[in-house]
Design a protein around this ligand. Structure first.
Ligand SMILES: [Zn+2]
Length: 176
């Protein structure tokens, strides 16, 4: 059992991930329909219900366009493709482009994945004081789908819905 279900909007666009128990309640309340089950079942005294893997909302929900994703080692690495943004080596650290000691913010626009070597060599210098060049401008990821991909746990049944949105070009963020 994965214990998690993908919730699709009425338009089949992925919205969020909830516990499969919560998804089942949506289905039982007629707020959503079951699209895929995991193959496992919930057992209660009187009935046996399929564990949802994907459900689709009965009514369309408006989604705010901007969703800020929390900055963490995992989310920064996912955005930057697990590569050092200075040399392309496998990422090991998070580097503040403008060092914290020089007033740099802990923001999506100022953090990048980096290897230990670049991170150590850059020390507390500003970019223009070094030979380091960023491979691309760091930006905040906006898409919820990106967030799903960042969790690294997109199950097989979710794939068609998630890739559908990716194909439509929602993945404009640097992780692409
Ligand atoms: Zn590096």
């Amino acid at each position: 059992m994965t214990g998690r279900a993908l919730v699709l909007n009425a338009t089949f666009e992925p919205l969020c991930v909830v516990s499969s128990r919560r998804a089942l309640i949506l289905v039982l309340d007629s707020k959503a329909e079951l699209v895929h089950s995991t193959g496992a079942e919930f057992h209660s005294e009187r009935s046996c219900l399929p564990e949802p893997s994907v459900v689709r909302l009965a009514h369309y929900v408006r989604v705010p366009r901007q969703t800020r994703v929390a900055i963490s080692r995992r989310s920064v690495f996912a955005r930057d493709g697990h590569r050092c943004q200075y040399c392309g080596a496998p990422a090991e650290n998070i580097d503040h482009v403008v060092p914290r000691s020089r007033g740099g913010a802990h923001s999506w626009e100022n953090v990048v994945a980096s290897c230990r070597r670049c991170n150590a060599a850059k020390e507390d210098y500003l970019l223009e004081e070094t030979a380091f060049v960023l491979r691309r401008v760091p930006r905040a990821p906006r898409s919820r789908v990106w967030l799903l991909a960042a969790t690294g746990e997109v199950s097989a049944e979710w794939e068609p819905y998630v890739s559908l949105v990716l194909a439509k070009g929602e993945r404009r963020d640097p992780a692409a």
